[in-house]
Write a new protein. Structure first.
Length: 388
C-alpha cells in the first residue's frame, strides 16, 4: 500500500531548503482544500494522507460512480499503518521532517544525500542543460546560466526582451520579465536571487502560441517511459491555470495544426533520450517537460524545454484522469480556481453543474461539470472539470 501526499508547494520548499519551512497561509489553505486530489491517480488500495476530516460522502460517491477504492488516513494516525512506499507530489527536507515527526518508518524516507541530489536535479540549470543539448547554444531556442550581476546586465543588453528565472520557485513565481527594460528593480531582484540561490537561468522571450508538455516516468534504473501529452493554460505571469483533457489522438491533432506529426514524435524521442541521460539512474517517479509552440517568422516551431518538473504534476494527473475516467469521444477542461469570497466557490460549482449536467456511462464521463474535491460554503479553492 503506497501513501500519497499532496504537497504542491514542494518547489517553494526546495527554494527555502530548510526543515522548518512553513508555506504561507493561502498555500496551506489550498493544500488542505485540495488534498484529496491524489484519489484520481492513485492505484486501488493506495492511501492518501489528510490533515482535515475526510468528506466520506464525496469519497463514497466517487467510489460508486467510478469504482475508486482508496483509503484516507489522517496524519495523526499514520504511524499505525504500514506502507510499501511514500509517494509525495515532490520531496524536500521539510516534508521528510514532517513525516518523521508523525511516525512514518524512517526506512521509507530519503536520506540527506538523496535529498541533496534530488534538489540539485530539480534546479533550472537542468532545464538549460536539456534545452541546449537538444537545440545547441546557438539554436533558435536557447538559455544561459547566469552566475553574477554583471552577466545579468550583459544578457539584458544582448536580449532586451528576456526572462530571468530563479533556480527553484513555484508555478509562475521566481520569474523576472524584462520587456525592453532592465531597471534598478530588475537588477536588485537578480542580485538577491543570485545571493540566495547561487545562480539564475536566463532566456529570451518568445512569441508563444500554445503551452503543452510531454509527460514521462522514470523507474530509477535507466528506463524512462513516455506516458502522454498535456495541453495546459497559464496566466500572463506563467502560473498554471488548468489543463485540456483529451485522448492522445486528439491532442496530437491539436498540435499538428502547427507542427508536423513527424516533428512532434522526433522531439518526444530526443527529449526522452536526454532525460534518460540526466535523470534515468538518479530519479524514480514522474516528470514533465513543459514546452511551447512558438511563432518564428512565418512558421511555427517547438520550444522543447521551457521547464522540467521533476515531480508529480497536474499534467500527469490529467493524462491519468483522461485515460481512466473520460469517455473516448469527449474532451474536458480541468481547472483549479481561487474564489476568495465566502460561498463563492460553492456558488460557482452549483452554476456549472446546472449549466452542464453530468452524464456518466459505464464509469466514463461523457459530458458535464464535476468537482474533483469536496466543495463547501467555506471553500476558497475549486478544482473541477467540464466535459463536452
Amino acid at each position: 500500500m503506497r501513501l500519497h501526499i499532496f504537497n504542491p508547494h514542494t518547489d517553494l520548499a526546495l527554494a527555502n531548503n530548510r526543515e522548518n519551512y512553513m508555506p504561507s497561509a493561502n498555500v496551506r489553505r489550498m493544500v488542505c482544500e485540495l488534498e484529496m486530489l491524489p484519489m484520481w491517480f492513485a492505484a486501488p488500495g493506495d492511501s492518501i494522507l489528510t490533515t482535515t476530516p475526510t468528506d466520506n460522502i464525496f469519497a463514497e460517491k466517487a467510489k460508486k460512480q467510478f469504482g475508486i477504492n482508496v483509503n484516507f488516513i489522517d496524519e495523526s494516525k499514520a504511524a499505525g499503518h504500514s506502507f510499501s512506499s511514500i509517494e509525495p507530489w515532490g520531496w524536500n527536507v521539510s516534508l521528510r521532517r514532517r513525516l518523521s515527526n508523525i511516525g512514518i518508518n524512517e526506512k521509507l524516507l530519503p536520506t540527506d544525500e538523496q535529498l541533496t541530489n534530488y534538489r540539485s536535479l530539480s534546479g533550472r540549470d537542468k532545464d538549460v542543460e536539456l534545452l541546449n543539448a537538444i537545440c545547441g547554444k546557438e539554436g533558435i531556442f536557447n538559455a544561459e546560466i547566469i552566475n553574477n550581476i554583471e552577466e545579468c546586465r550583459r544578457y539584458a543588453a544582448e536580449h532586451p526582451r528576456c526572462i530571468f528565472k530563479a533556480p527553484w520557485s513555484g508555478s509562475g513565481k521566481g520569474l523576472r520579465w524584462c520587456f525592453g527594460l532592465y531597471d534598478d528593480k530588475s537588477d536588485g531582484w537578480c542580485r538577491r536571487v543570485i545571493e540566495e540561490q547561487g545562480f539564475l537561468a536566463a532566456t529570451p522571450i518568445y512569441d508563444k502560441i500554445l503551452d503543452f508538455a510531454l509527460e514521462y516516468h522514470s523507474d530509477g534504473n535507466g528506463n524512462i517511459k513516455f506516458i502522454g501529452y498535456s495541453l495546459f493554460d497559464t496566466n500572463t505571469k506563467g502560473a498554471y491555470r488548468g489543463n485540456i483533457l483529451q485522448r492522445p489522438e486528439k491532442q496530437r491533432e491539436t498540435l499538428s495544426q502547427y507542427i508536423p506529426i513527424s516533428t512532434i514524435d522526433n522531439t518526444q524521442k530526443r527529449v526522452q533520450e536526454q532525460l534518460t541521460r540526466i535523470y534515468g539512474n538518479k530519479y524514480h517517479g514522474y516528470l514533465g517537460v513543459d514546452m511551447m509552440v512558438c511563432k518564428i517568422g512565418d512558421t511555427y516551431a517547438i520550444h522543447p524545454c521551457v521547464e522540467v518538473n521533476m515531480r508529480m504534476n497536474m499534467g500527469v494527473l490529467s493524462v491519468i484522469f483522461a485515460e481512466r475516467y473520460l469517455s473516448e469521444n469527449s474532451s474536458a477542461t480541468y481547472t483549479i480556481e481561487y474564489c476568495g469570497e465566502h460561498g463563492a466557490a460553492l456558488s460557482k460549482l452549483r452554476m456549472l453543474e446546472k449549466e452542464h449536467p453530468l452524464q456518466i456511462e459505464s464509469g466514463k464521463i461523457v459530458s458535464g461539470a464535476m468537482p474533483l474535491v469536496p466543495t463547501t460554503p467555506s471553500s476558497c479553492y475549486l478544482a473541477y472539470i467540464v466535459a463536452r
